[in-house]
Design a protein around this ligand. Structure first.
Ligand code: MYA
Length: 425
C-alpha cells in the first residue's frame, strides 16, 4: 500500500513500480537511447510536440550497408508469391507468448488486407534477403495513417510485422531495420510513427491488457491455452461459456457498402471521446470494415450494424487472427474485437454511462454469438475504448500479455484511456 502511493498507473503498468523488473535501465537501451523517443524518468509536463527536427535535405537517399551476405529488398505485395514469402517468415518466426506455446499465424489474406490499406507505399515494405539464395530472412513494414493525438493531427507511419529469422537474432539487426524503415518514411516527409509491442521500450504512451473470452472452452483447455480453475470442473467451465444460438439486438445485420457514410460518421464522432485515434476517410472504412471489398481468399473482418428506422445507431467489427500451437498441427482461431461505436455514447441523460454499459453489453453479447457461429475458439479484446464497461459481464478473463503503445518523434503525456483505474485492471 505504502509503496504504491506516489506511483502513477503508468509506472505500475510498465513495471517501473516493481523496481523496473520488466524493464532495463535507460542506459542499457543502447539503440533506443539514440532515437527521438521520450526517456524513462523524464516526467516533467512538457507540451506535446516533436523530439527532433525534420529536414528532408538530410535524409540519406540510399540504405545503410547490411552485414556481409545480406541485401535490402522492397517486397512487392501485389505479387502473391512475395506475400507468401512474408507469410512463411512470420508463421515460423513472428511473435510467441512468453512460454513459447503459441505463435501468431497471420494469414496471407490478412497480410494483403493489413499492408495494402488506402494510400499504402510499396517502399515501406522492407525485406532483408540472403544475397546468395534470395531467401527472405527479415521484414518490417509501415502503412500511412493520420492520427489524432489529443489536439494534434499527425501524418504517421504505422509500423508492424518487425520480424527477424530465429538464426539471425541478437545481432543488432533490428535497429538496422528500424533505421531503414525510418529513412524510407522520411523520404515521403513522414516524421512520426505509431507502433505497439509486448516488450517495454522507451517509452509507452499507453498500455493495455489483453482479455480473452472462451467460445470453445474445451478446445482452449486441451490446447493448453486455458487452465481448469481449481474451484471448477470441465463441465462447469463448458456451461459457463455457453452462448445462445441467435443474436437478440433488433435491427442487427451485416454491414454493406451503402452503410459506409453512416458508419464513418458514427465512428468519427465516437472516437472524438478518446485521446488517441486514427482519422479515417470513408475509403478507409470500406477497406478496414468491409474486407477491402471482400477481395481476399479468406474472410478477415466481420462488421455488423444496427439499423433502426433507416438510421445506423450502432456497429461492431471483429477480425480473424489464428495462433498456431507450437509443436502441434493445431491452431487456435481467435476473433479480435476491432472498431465499434454506439449512439448511446452521446446520451445526455443523467444515466448516460449506465445506458452505454447496457447497450455495449447487448452488442458484445451478440458479437460473441456471431463469432461462435463462425467457429472461432476465443474472442479477444484489449482494455481500450469503452471495453472495460463489458469485459467482466461478458466473461472475459485477463490474459498474461500487455500491449504497449509507442509514438516515434512525438512527446505527449501518458494516456490512461481504456484502463479502468477504479477496478485496478
Ligand atoms: S512488435 C513485434 C516484434 N516482433 C517480434 O516480436 C517477432 C519475434 N522477434 C523477432 O523477430 C526479434 O526478436 C526482433 C528483435 C525483430 C523483435 N520493437 O536485432 P537485435 C530492440 C522495437 O539484436 P533481435 C512490431 O512489429 C531491443 O530493445 N525494438 O534483437 C513493432 C534492442 O535495442 P536496445 C525492439 O531479438 C515494431 C534491439 O532491438 C523490439 O534479434 C516497432 C536489439 O536488436 C521491438 N519489438 O530482434 C519497431 N524488440 O539495445 C520500432 C527488441 O536499445 C519502429 N527491440 O534495447 C519505430 C518507428 C520507425 C518509423 C519512424 C518513421 C518516422
Amino acid at each position: 500500500e505504502e509503496m504504491m502511493r506516489g506511483m502513477n498507473l503508468q509506472d505500475i503498468l510498465t513495471g517501473m513500480a516493481a523496481g523496473g523488473k520488466n524493464q532495463k535501465d535507460m542506459a542499457s537501451y543502447k539503440f533506443w537511447n539514440t532515437q527521438p523517443v521520450p526517456k524513462f524518468g523524464e516526467d516533467e509536463p512538457l507540451s506535446d510536440g516533436p523530439l527532433r527536427e525534420n529536414d528532408l535535405s538530410r535524409v540519406k537517399t540510399v540504405g545503410a550497408e547490411l552485414i556481409e551476405g545480406f541485401e535490402w529488398d522492397t517486397v512487392d505485395l501485389t505479387d502473391d508469391q512475395q506475400v507468401r514469402e512474408v507469410y512463411e517468415l512470420l508463421s515460423n518466426h513472428y511473435v510467441e507468448d512468453s512460454e513459447a506455446m503459441f505463435r501468431f499465424n497471420y494469414s496471407a489474406s490478412f497480410l494483403h488486407w493489413a499492408l495494402k490499406a488506402p494510400g499504402w507505399i510499396k517502399n515501406w515494405h522492407v525485406g532483408v534477403r540472403v544475397t546468395g539464395t534470395k531467401k527472405l530472412v527479415a521484414f518490417i513494414s509501415g502503412i500511412p495513417v493520420t492520427l489524432r493525438v489529443r489536439e494534434n493531427s499527425l501524418r504517421c507511419s504505422e509500423i508492424n510485422f518487425l520480424c527477424i529469422h530465429k538464426k539471425l537474432r541478437g545481432k543488432r539487426l533490428a535497429p538496422v531495420l528500424i533505421k531503414e524503415v525510418t529513412r524510407r518514411c522520411n523520404l515521403e516527409s513522414v516524421w512520426n510513427a505509431i507502433y505497439t509491442a509486448g516488450v517495454v521500450l522507451p517509452k509507452p504512451i499507453s498500455t493495455c491488457r489483453y482479455f480473452h473470452r472462451s467460445l470453445d472452452w474445451l478446445k482452449l483447455y486441451e490446447t493448453g491455452f486455458s487452465p481448469l480453475p481449481a474451484t471448477s470442473t470441465k463441465a462447469k467451465q463448458v456451461t459457463k461459456y455457453a452462448l445462445p444460438a441467435n443474436t437478440s439486438t433488433k435491427g442487427l445485420r451485416e454491414m454493406e457498402a451503402k452503410d459506409s457514410d453512416a458508419v464513418h460518421d458514427l465512428l468519427t464522432r465516437y472516437m472524438e471521446r478518446f485521446d488517441l485515434a486514427p482519422k479515417f476517410t470513408v475509403e478507409d472504412i470500406g477497406h478496414w470494415l468491409l474486407n477491402g471489398g471482400s477481395k481476399y481468399e479468406e474472410r478477415i473482418v466481420w462488421t455488423y450494424v444496427v439499423e433502426e428506422e433507416g438510421k445506423i445507431t450502432d456497429f461492431f467489427s471483429f477480425y480473424s487472427l489464428e495462433s498456431s500451437v507450437i509443436g502441434k498441427e493445431e491452431t487456435i482461431r481467435a476473433a479480435y474485437l476491432f472498431y465499434y461505436a454506439s449512439e448511446t455514447a452521446f446520451s445526455k441523460s443523467p444515466d448516460a454511462k449506465k445506458e452505454l454499459k447496457v447497450r455495449l453489453n447487448a452488442l458484445m453479447h451478440d458479437a460473441l454469438i456471431l463469432a461462435k457461429k463462425f467457429n472461432f475458439d476465443v474472442f479477444n479484446a484489449l482494455t481500450l475504448l469503452d471495453n472495460t464497461l463489458f469485459l467482466e459481464e461478458q466473461k472475459f478473463g485477463a490474459g498474461d500479455g500487455s500491449l504497449h503503445y509507442y509514438l516515434f518523434n512525438w512527446r505527449t503525456s501518458f494516456i490512461n484511456g481504456g484502463i479502468d483505474d477504479e477496478k485496478n485492471i
